[in-house]
Write a protein that binds this ligand. Structure first.
Ligand SMILES: C[S@@+](CC[C@H](N)C(=O)[O-])C[C@H]1O[C@@H](n2cnc3c(N)ncnc32)[C@H](O)[C@@H]1O
Length: 511
């Protein structure tokens, strides 16, 4: 363990994820669904940015000024390289929370985000962050915080502690953290083979431990093998955040706004009887067996009148961010898979099929004969935004300001795709956020930007890259011959030209 890391896993880097909850634009629909006013975000901060994919994509894709820190210098260096490439407003540091939070040259923030931080740091560090939010979040500003909560971890928590203790006490020092993790997981299997009474009472734990073996090791290391790891009830978190004058606003996870997807009628009725919002959220976590909360908190909530809320909703633009034919009319809540009504969803999707941004007011007016209410439209948009089918669109000034930054960042990421597969996202100036993008699509976009417009040229470009790196494509587990590989890349390039490119143009990712 490095001595600057305060017990945090530092000898293996974190994953290269992008979290849409950090897109300041996302909080608008969530707040409007909750009937609350939201801030316009001019200055934002991410505490513990990991590899920095989220902060860089969101900085490049908007005119928001971002500041952030992560004390892991390898990760901070990776993140800083992206910031240099985009030349966006992103000031990224490799300081500890204690160092960063005591800086005197930070602005006051409209939005502060900490994703995957709160449960994995010491009580002392949580106190530093709360004091920082108390001092630096503007009135009306929003905190996004995600954390492990208790009900979903009840059975697994003692096992996580045992794994971490095994790693510390029994792991062979000097063999690296991945080796120690494997040893700890093997030890757990040996323990299970002795049929411990704990397992008889908590049989799901065996399955959960064996699943860990198949997960990304970087994720497993950071989630399970930290010294500090504290799943917290909603009420306990609320008590700490209230010290920073924060009030719970709503979930940042859109599907959790739609109760019928997750709660039975009896559960909804019991929740409706509970007057205390904090207790209600804690009870909801039991109903949902919640494991990980993703929440927005606000410094000074302001309830909007229905008229003000509806006016703001009608102004919000959205765009269809996937090919129309790929939209699946299903969503998954805790109560199971729910089919989305073709009669309601179909006409909205047809209207948006040209990928032109439209306001909710325009959609409402265009479909007025079908009797779709604004509230239904909002829930439809939130459900389809959950998997990136629909995305909120920012204003024209922000799109124009962001475009040169996203062009630079996307070029950098597409060039990176030639040699690796680390960052599987690109930034959209239209949506202020990122889109997931596989390595081949990134390489097709690179070739397209360099003037290769036909499928044959695009396929040949990627074929050349793979050849130069002695990489062979596989399909259904079989390595393809050179001729088959050429044909497969040509097929993928044709799909790219026909389906992906029109969407990339609409999102401002391709010219
Ligand atoms: C689970 S990762 C989450 C990273 C990022 N937010 C994401 O979701 O991709 C937690 C991050 O917090 C950083 N971190 C932990 N303790 C810290 C501290 N005291 N000061 C600064 N960064 C810290 C770690 O280096 C790590 O990258």
């Amino acid at each position: 363990m490095s001595d600057w890391s305060a017990g945090y896993v530092a000898d293996i880097g974190y994953t290269f994820g992008l979290y849409p909850e950090l897109n300041p634009l996302r909080l608008k629909l969530a707040f409007l669904h909750a009937g609350l006013a939201f801030p316009e975000v001019g200055a934002a901060c991410e505490l513990g940015f990991g590899q920095g994919v989220s902060i860089n994509v969101h900085a490049a894709a908007s005119v928001t000024e971002w500041h952030g820190t992560d004390f892991n210098p390898s990760q901070a260096a990776f993140a800083q390289d992206m910031a240099v490439a985009s030349d966006a407003h992103a000031q990224l540091h490799d300081e500890s929370f204690a160092q960063f939070c005591s800086r005197s040259n930070l602005p006051d923030f409209d939005f502060i985000a900490m994703h995957g931080i709160w449960s994995w740091i010491s009580e002392e560090n949580r106190a530093i962050l709360v004091e920082f939010v108390q001092r630096k979040l503007k009135p009306g500003g929003v905190l996004y915080v995600s954390y492990n909560t208790q009900p979903g971890w009840a059975a697994m928590a003692p096992m996580r502690d045992l794994l971490a203790e095994h790693c510390q006490v029994m792991g062979v020092p000097g063999k690296g953290v991945l080796n120690r993790i494997d040893q700890s997981l093997d030890f757990a299997q040996r323990l299970f083979a002795t049929e411990p009474r704990f397992l008889a009472q908590n049989p799901a734990v065996a399955q959960r431990v064996s699943t860990l073996k198949s997960l990304d090791r970087s994720y497993v290391a950071h989630e399970y093998f930290n010294r500090d790891w504290t799943p917290m009830s909603f009420s306990a978190t609320a008590q700490q955040l209230q010290q920073a004058k924060l009030t719970f606003a709503c979930s940042a996870h859109y599907l959790e706004h739609i109760d019928p997807l997750n709660l039975t009628a009896e559960q909804q009725a019991l929740l409706a009887e509970l007057p205390d919002p904090s207790f209600r959220e804690t009870v909801r976590d039991f109903m949902m067996n919640q494991q990980f909360r993703r929440d927005y908190w606000v410094r000074g909530p302001r309830r909007l009148s229905n008229a003000a809320r509806d006016a703001l909703l009608r102004q919000q633009k959205i765009v269809l961010a996937v090919p129309r034919k790929d939209v699946v009319l299903k969503t998954a809540g805790l109560l199971g898979e729910a089919a989305l009504d073709q009669k309601v969803y179909g006409p909205v999707l047809e209207l948006l099929a040209d990928h032109q941004p439209r306001t909710l007011g325009e959609i409402e007016a265009a479909l007025s004969e079908r009797g779709l209410t604004l509230q239904q439209l909002l829930e439809l948009v939130m459900i389809l935004s959950n998997n990136g089918t629909l995305l909120a669109v920012q204003d024209d000034h922000a799109i124009a300001g962001a475009r040169p930054q996203t062009d630079r960042l996307n070029r950098y990421l597409c060039e990176m795709a030639v040699t690796g597969t680390e960052v599987l996202y690109l930034a959209s100036p239209v949506t202020g956020g990122g889109c997931r993008m596989d390595r081949f699509t990134q390489m097709f976009l690179l070739a397209y930007a360099q003037g290769d417009t036909g499928a044959a040229q695009l396929g040949a470009f990627v074929e050349g890259v793979l050849k130069s790196q002695n990489q062979l494509l596989q399909k259904q587990g079989e390595v393809l011959s050179a001729a088959e590989q050429g044909a497969e890349l040509r097929r993928l390039a044709e799909l790219f030209v026909a389906d992906t490119l029109p969407v990339m143009r609409a999102l401002g990712i391709a010219a």
